[in-house]
Design a protein around this ligand. Structure first.
Ligand code: AP5
Length: 201
């Protein structure tokens, strides 16, 4: 695991995490693991566990870390052998999630934090919901406001703890301008990784 990059993708609901991850996958061929998507897959399975998860997600709160980390860890183990790098999207959402990830999985090389105002995030999600053929259960104004609150309550602690490996990116800009900055950061991580691998030979 130490020879391929692990990048945490942080930021509030609607800041553009998924949008930037899609572009990173296209350019770098990394494995994109979104904690929200993994949880929604579990909900879609119709299991009892899925029903409990659905209730938490619809309230805008956080699912237990054990649940999220074990879904992520399983997905990482499944693709480990043939991955060029991992994008862990929407994780960590509170600081213990980061601590446990680094103990159980591996240290993250970089955290990209997409910084965006609440007003912009709310507008973006409302626009996404209005355009969607199938609307997400948590994409309504009441739940979005709760998701924003949950995000606000936890983010400073994460940014403080992982200050040294976090790059804050202004996510109020155009998608492609943001992506340019993302690429510079990823290229830098890839160079560092290549040097580390060379040093082991
Ligand atoms: P999750 O699915 O992760 O949702 P989220 O964090 O609220 O983020 P979104 O997926 O809504 O937005 P995004 O930042 O990816 O933005 P996007 O690119 O789509 O989590 C859902 C729930 O699952 C949580 O509330 C929680 O309950 C649970 N959960 C998840 N992870 C957990 C964890 N680690 N621990 C515990 N619980 C967890 O963009 C949004 C819209 O804006 C799109 O329409 C897009 O086209 C547009 N857009 C994007 N960028 C720009 C731009 N630069 N300019 C203009 N428009 C843009």
């Amino acid at each position: 695991m130490t020879d391929i990059p692990i990048i945490w993708i942080l930021g509030g609901p609607g800041c553009g995490k998924g949008t930037q991850c899609a572009k990173i996958v296209e350019k770098y061929g990394f494995t994109h693991l979104s904690s929200g998507d993994l949880l929604r897959n579990e909900v879609a399975s119709g299991s009892d566990k899925g029903r409990k998860l659905q209730a938490i997600m619809a309230s805008g709160g956080l699912v237990s870390n054990e649940e999220v980390l074990s879904l992520l860890n399983d997905a990482i183990v499944r693709s480990k052998g043939n991955s060029k790098g991992f994008l862990i999207d929407g994780y960590p959402r509170e600081k213990n999630q980061g601590v446990e990830f680094e103990i159980r999985v591996a240290p993250a090389d970089l955290a990209l934090y997409f910084d965006c105002s609440e007003e912009t995030m709310l507008k973006r999600i409302m626009a996404r919901a209005a355009a969607a053929a199938v609307q997400r259960a948590d994409d309504n104004e009441k739940t979005i406001r709760q998701r924003l609150k949950t995000f606000k309550n936890n983010t400073n602690d994460i940014l403080e703890l992982y200050n040294e490996k976090t790059l804050t990116i202004n996510a109020e800009r155009d998608v492609d301008d943001i992506f340019l900055e993302v690429c510079q950061a990823i290229d830098c991580v890839l160079k560092k990784k290549a040097k580390q691998v060379a040093a082991q030979c």
